[in-house]
Ligand binder design. Sequence first.
Ligand SMILES: [Zn+2]
Length: 287
Amino acid sequence: MDSPGPCLVCRTPLARYGEARDHVYGLCPSCGTVQLAPMPSQETLADAYQAANYATDEHGQGNADSIRKSSRNYYESLAGLLVCHSVTGPVVDYGCGWGGLTELLAQRGHDCLGLEACAPMVAECRRRGLRVEDARNHPILQSRATVQAFVMCGVFEHLAEPREFLTAIHRALRPGGMLITLQPTAPFARLVAGMLRLGNRRAPLPRHFDVFDAPWHTALYSLRAMEKLAGEHGFRLVETRLAPQGRVGGAKGLLQAAAHNLNRLGWPVFGRCWPLAVAHIFVFTKR
Ligand SMILES: [Zn+2]
């Protein structure tokens, strides 16, 4: 690949970073974001999500109950942030997947609508009686000042057109409304890639921790890139938090528990510079 193109955040020419699942990731030497190069079109990705394999491959895991169990810590942290920031109006769980967060927020008394682009997941949420609708061209994304908060649990890193998305949700949010997004970020991904490839950029990107999960993970943002991107679309960063670890079983579960303990020590000391956080939670408010 001669020219991977410009960074979607800061327009700096990307450097080739490595291959994963027949896709190539580029690294921005300026803002440190890792992103698919070329970025697939919105249409290409939308088609891929409709194919049954997204819901059932390793990423979707094909099992709503096991995802809900392993992701419970994520849901609780996001629900807690809505309380912490006194969010009381309509909430949209964008990219709600199997509906675990939508269900929890509804149980906690929020007026929550789940939006999801993957049809089998929408169908399963509805079978469970959840208020979940097709995210594609949903009218709420064309609306003005109707939503108090958008929450995203492992979704922002899936977007092919993050700028268009931020423009739409900024319009849809009420004055002072919030975007709260939990997402895997670039520092940990780069640390893992660096360690497991021993500096050899010709080696494929590692599959560990599911971070280089092409084509679903379109971009792993650095913390400052996320702040810059959202800032350019009318959002102010209120706080960045360490995302909790998920809770799967087996050897991966043990790793998650070890990471949880390390993070409890490192985050209070090093804050946003701490490199062992797989994911962060960004809390933005509409300016
Ligand atoms: Zn950049």
